[in-house]
Design a protein around this ligand. Sequence first.
Ligand code: AKG
Length: 276
Amino acid sequence: MPELQRLPADCTADDIVEVSDRDGGVIVDGWIQPELLERFNAELEPWLESHAGTNSGSAASDDFLGHRTRRLQGLCAKAPSFVEIMTEDRIVEFAQAVLGPISPTIILNDGEVIDIGPGESAQPMHRDDDAWNFARPPGPMIVNTIAALVDVSPAMGGTLVVPGSHRWDTDRVPDDSEITACDLPAGSTLFFRGDTLHAGGANTTTNRHRRALSTGFCCGWLRPVENSYTNVPPDVAATLPRKAQELLGYALYDASSIGGGYLGYHDMGDPMALFD
Ligand SMILES: O=C(O)CCC(=O)C(=O)O
């Protein structure tokens, strides 16, 4: 079975970029510090307890998301410690470095707790870039991270990753010997590119929930998977740091420096003026 390289918690964004560029993904051990992890988990508890189950309105979407999996978005509103995780300098620098060649700015694609329950089956292998299936840019449109919020073993549904698949033809199917299942102690985090094959794993345990956090960033010109304008509406966003407001997509997208255009006007102005 292939293995992903592991980096220490004090690695630089350049280290993460270098290994993920080579292998498609990389694990950083101890990425989320214990105190932040504990605080974030405590904030999530009531939301997960009262979770009503997967119901996106589409049977195909629910099959993909998982019927035994609890997912939470809108984390800046629900669990404020997420703001620290999302705005950490190195995670943002990683996203900017990978996506920079095709986008001058980045925004949050999703901040999503993915709690895979006992008996859940594995997701189909996919690339996050496939969400925008007609786009064919010369590099990934998204980067993603999966942080373990509890100790995560392969049997609990540790993320399945195909190292090197970011360089494959898109119709190549991995065989089992090319897939690795992530073993992540709480706080450790998988970083990967949108063109890397991966999937949530099967939870074959009878009583353990695989609680993890996906924090993904996409090009500033894309429609993200998560609708941050409804999940974190302006009155909530107004209470957040400027960096978080920008990452949630409230800032005007300005690609004039590279011959592109402007996106996301609010009443023909910059939405950030709402927060002045
Ligand atoms: O939960 C995971 O480990 C991966 C989830 C995923 O890839 C997805 O939901 O698209």
